[in-house]
Design a protein around this ligand. Structure first.
Ligand SMILES: Cc1cc2nc3c(=O)[nH]c(=O)nc-3n(C[C@H](O)[C@H](O)[C@H](O)COP(=O)(O)O)c2cc1C
Length: 178
């Protein structure tokens, strides 16, 4: 799929058919996530693939009862690996870079999900310690995004974006400052 098409047409999908996601598709999705940029190429992010209905239920509960997590055939939890980043960058690695590494991977992952004809949603509203407990995470893995994935059972509406001019501030020497 053309990259711009994928970027513009990707939507958060929160309803899934029960069809399972084949292992090779999961591998392709994770392969795309793995190639996202990262600070110093430390790749301070890890991925937990969850299929067990009990664990998905625990994740739903940890995420303010967002039940579509439980209903998805698989859920991938993208975690920041604080230890890996702190090893090279100290406090900045632990407090910032690993989160950015994980976020970049999550975005690649969502685009790959869409390009492969599946749907997913970045879920960020959750209790960190409840997620940690559900997944038995070591203390240096911080969950950043819970991403339920499956074949779409809805055609989501398109939430509008702010006009580009609201985001862009150009200060060039040959132009008047905006
Ligand atoms: C950091 C972050 C946290 C989010 N948390 C949630 C969430 O907890 N539940 C949810 O349904 N969607 C969540 N979303 C998805 C956004 O609601 C969605 O991306 C936004 O409304 C734009 O819609 P679109 O993804 O279809 O373009 C989150 C997205 C991001 C980037």
């Amino acid at each position: 799929m053309n990259l711009f098409k994928a970027i513009l047409e990707r939507r958060s999908v929160r309803a899934f058919t029960p069809e399972t996601v084949p292992d090779e598709v999961v591998e392709s999705i994770l392969g795309a996530a793995r190639w996202a940029p990262s600070a110093g190429n430390c790749q301070a992010r890890d991925f937990i693939v969850v299929e067990d209905p009990r664990v998905k239920k625990a994740l739903s509960e940890a995420a303010l009862d967002q039940r579509f997590i439980e209903a998805a055939p698989i859920t991938i939890v993208v975690c920041a690996n604080e230890r890996r980043s702190a090893h090279r960058y100290g406090r900045r690695g632990r407090e910032l870079y690993c989160l950015l590494d994980a976020a970049a991977a999550a975005q690649n992952l969502l685009l790959a999900v869409h390009a492969l004809g599946l749907g997913g949603c970045w879920v960020g509203a959750f209790d960190d310690s409840q997620v940690g407990k559900a997944l038995n995470l070591p203390p240096w893995l911080k969950p950043v995004a819970i991403i339920p994935i499956g074949y779409p059972d809805e055609k989501p509406w398109t939430p509008q974006r702010r006009p580009l001019k609201d985001h862009i501030h150009i200060d060039r020497y040959d132009r008047k400052p905006v």
